[in-house]
Design a protein around this ligand. Structure first.
Ligand code: ARG
Length: 460
């Protein structure tokens, strides 16, 4: 028997139930539904809609249900459409008709969104902690290699020598922005929807503020229609997770390149590599590849859900039940990916000799030669043209660049210093650049940012 049996003449058809039931995935909301149910019950007691005794009886039933769910003794029945109906049904089963008071002034519409907001708060915090761990791994690895450099690329063509620490921290800063977004998203969704009812509130003297405080939400809904229809927070969470996934995929792509024989810049620890079932010599970067692949799935979860939301009229529509699967999937996938990345990056071995010799090409310091001339007073465009001509000459006549620089009247012996391996990263002095000194300052700022993020997370 369903909860709405009094209105509908017959039991639901099997095909309707097969198609509409959400229990198999929204079971995950059980703990939050119970928490919100208890808060709602407390609110009812505070405004005398249930007596102290009734409060005691029903809250005890809720703790029994909690235990039954924990120990998997809870028996679901065929007509349990979702976790909310299952919990209400069981409450009435346990305590009789008085259990029916639990749903006073409440609808599954305000109930489900409140439970989902509570879940989102916990999960966002956990994801953020995982991202903090990753930014810490990047920092620690960067600090281990203060002077190691490799080619920096634009268009995947060697451009100029870059410190490995600078490169690793570049990824770290993008994860800091992800953290900022997660914290913002958390603060925006930290709002109670309970008390909105099905869509228009209630004729009963409910006090949603008491319920909001009980649940520890920062804000309370202002408009009951908006409260039950709003899923912006799901879309935002999915976006924030997608972007973290995209950042992982970019970092992953570099790991894939760096660990290839063609680059030879790094080797993965065996614990974080996979083998081939046929080719005995293979060692594959599957974590990095799956992060690249799964970022597609995360984007799919986001765009799919945005399409679900598009054009929905106010207020609740069953379409909104489609919020949970993409949300849960993205949360699970990103947590797994972040954990695997921390391990992979903690143990990856960098090959400094290969990295540095790839960066030591004379052409990669062409800009340093031009800036050397600028320091002598030459306008930049003239310096650029002068060096460009020497580079062209070197390529066309197959003469080593340093030889031509040495012979050039505007360059000569003094400019030769620039070609010494490792000089380029020592000479970089501008703010935020890849110079050894600026990177030391960057590391200080990075550490400061990391501490601030850690503190903000503790406050959530
Ligand atoms: N399982 C439903 C969901 O996830 C709960 C709300 C159902 N509300 C309703 N009016 N049918 O959206």
């Amino acid at each position: 028997m369903t909860l709405w049996n009094s209105r509908l003449g017959s039991d639901p058809s099997k095909s309707l139930m097969d198609f509409t039931v959400s229990l198999n995935f929204d079971k995950r909301l059980a703990k939050y539904d119970l928490k919100a149910s208890l808060a709602h019950l407390f609110g009812l007691k505070e405004v005398n809609l249930v007596t102290e005794d009734e409060y005691k009886i029903i809250s005890e039933a809720l703790s029994t249900i909690e235990k039954e769910l924990e120990t998997q003794e809870f028996k679901f029945v065929e007509t349990d459409e979702d976790i909310h109906t299952a919990i209400e049904r069981r409450t009435i089963e346990l305590v009789g008709e008085v259990g029916g008071k639990l749903h006073t002034g409440r609808s599954r519409n305000d109930q489900v969104v409140t439970a989902l907001r509570l879940l989102a708060k916990d999960e966002i915090k956990e994801i953020a902690e995982n991202v903090v761990e990753l930014t810490t791994v990047l920092l620690n690895r960067a600090k281990e290699v203060p002077e190691i450099y490799l080619p920096g690329y634009t268009h995947l063509q060697r451009a100029q020598p870059i410190l490995l620490s600078h490169h690793l921290l570049a990824h770290g800063w993008s994860f800091f922005r992800d953290l900022d977004r997660l914290i913002n998203c958390y603060e925006r969704l930290d709002c109670s929807s309970l008390g909105a009812g099905a869509l228009g509130g209630s004729t009963l003297p409910l006090n949603p503020k008491i319920v909001k405080d009980y649940l520890g939400f920062k804000k309370l809904f202002e408009n009951s229609l908006d409260a039950v229809a709003d899923r912006d927070f799901v879309a935002e969470t999915l976006f924030d997770i997608s972007l973290i996934g995209i950042h992982l995929s970019k970092l992953g792509e570099e790991i894939i390149l760096w660990t290839s024989s063609e680059f030879g810049f790094a080797t993965l620890d065996d614990k974080f590599s996979t083998g081939s079932s046929m080719l005995p010599q293979k060692k594959n970067p599957d974590i990095a590849e799956l992060a690249r692949g799964k970022s597609g799935r995360l984007i799919g979860n986001l765009t799919g859900f945005l399409a679900t939301l598009k054009s929905l009229p106010l207020a609740y529509n069953r379409d909104l039940q489609e919020d949970k699967e993409p949300m849960f999937d993205s949360i699970d996938q990103i947590k797994l990916a972040l954990g695997a990345f921390c391990g992979m990056l903690n143990t990856i071995e960098f090959h400094e000799v290969t990295m540095q010799s790839a960066a030591d090409s004379a052409y990669s310091v062409a800009i340093d030669l031009a800036e050397w001339l600028v320091q002598k007073g030459m306008p930049f465009r003239s310096a650029y043209n002068l060096v460009g001509t020497v580079v062209k000459d070197s390529i066309e006549r197959h003469v080593a660049l340093p030889e031509l620089v040495l012979a050039h009247p505007d360059l000569g012996e003094l400019a030769m210093e620039i070609f010494k391996p490792g000089t380029s990263v020592k000479r970089r002095i501008s703010h935020g650049s890849t110079g050894i000194e600026p990177v030391k300052i960057q590391i200080k700022n990075y550490e400061k940012t990391l501490n601030e993020v850690r503190k903000s997370l503790l406050k959530l």
